[in-house]
Design a protein. Structure first.
Length: 256
């Protein structure tokens, strides 16, 4: 019954958003772009997502511009165009999109479409994180963790990973789990680490699945389960981690 009610609510939300977007409410156009991008309530359709994001951005909606920038950065329904993605993220960030700011930070961190500039990456990650974007918080935490253009600071990294993980970003949960597993700025806690790796993997974090698989393969902290390890490596592979692909291929539970 709850599932049926949820589906009805989502369907009603889509209908309301479509009517509002058609009437000129560009914030609802952005929502429609998001729904089509992720296949929520509707069949996943990148072309339609781009249509609604474009309509929103043309109407100066910051979220629409940032969403459209993502489509160009990761070639979702369009040819990859990092320069266009940069301009769209910039417009989105200037208009108040935390997602746009965080993705600008990513481009500056890796020098994608712009000259690499760690200080600008930190500035935009901070701006995104302070405005509530979990991706910006996690990536800023990683820069603190690695000591990249910042003094290495595990305590700051932990706070940022925790903030991001609690708000639902699976990648941050994996990073936080690694800190607990290795006892960095926190007492080593394998149980907490395993819980965080599981949460990360359930949230489709490739590295979360990889780290959890390794624990099942080694059998030192959980009962060894090579079949489960192989399945987790394969999930990590399916999510884009090449090491997961290699480990899944090399592991043969049936031979043990």
């Amino acid at each position: 019954m709850l599932l049926i009610c949820s589906t009805v609510i989502l369907a009603k939300e889509y209908t309301n958003a479509k009517e509002a977007c058609d009437s000129g409410d560009v914030t609802r156009c952005t929502l429609l772009g998001y729904l089509y991008k992720h296949g929520i309530t509707v069949n996943q359709d990148y072309d339609t997502s781009i249509h609604f994001y474009t309509k929103a951005c043309d109407g100066d909606n910051a979220g629409g511009c940032a969403g459209l920038g993502y489509m160009y950065q990761y070639s979702k329904g369009v040819d990859q165009n990092i320069n266009k993605a940069f301009r769209l993220y910039q417009k989105g960030c200037e208009g108040g999109s935390s997602f746009g700011c965080s993705n600008l930070g990513l481009l500056y961190q890796y020098g994608a479409g712009v000259t690499q500039n760690y200080q600008k990456a930190i500035t935009y990650y901070t701006k995104g994180c302070d405005s509530g974007d979990v991706f910006g918080c996690s990536n800023l935490g990683l820069m603190h963790y690695l000591g990249q253009a910042l003094p290495q600071n595990f305590n700051k990294a932990k706070k940022l990973f925790t903030k991001s993980c609690k708000k639902g970003y699976a990648g941050a949960c994996a990073n936080l789990g690694l800190m607990y597993h290795q006892g960095e700025s926190v007492p080593k806690d394998v149980t907490e680490a395993i819980g965080l790796f599981t949460k990360a993997c359930d949230g489709y974090s490739a590295i979360g699945c990889l780290l959890l698989a390794r624990i099942y393969e080694e059998g030192n902290e959980l009962e060894q389960n090579l079949t489960k390890a192989k399945n987790l490596y394969q999930k990590s592979c399916d999510l884009g981690n090449t090491r997961g692909c290699e480990y899944a291929q090399d592991l043969h539970p049936d031979k043990d």
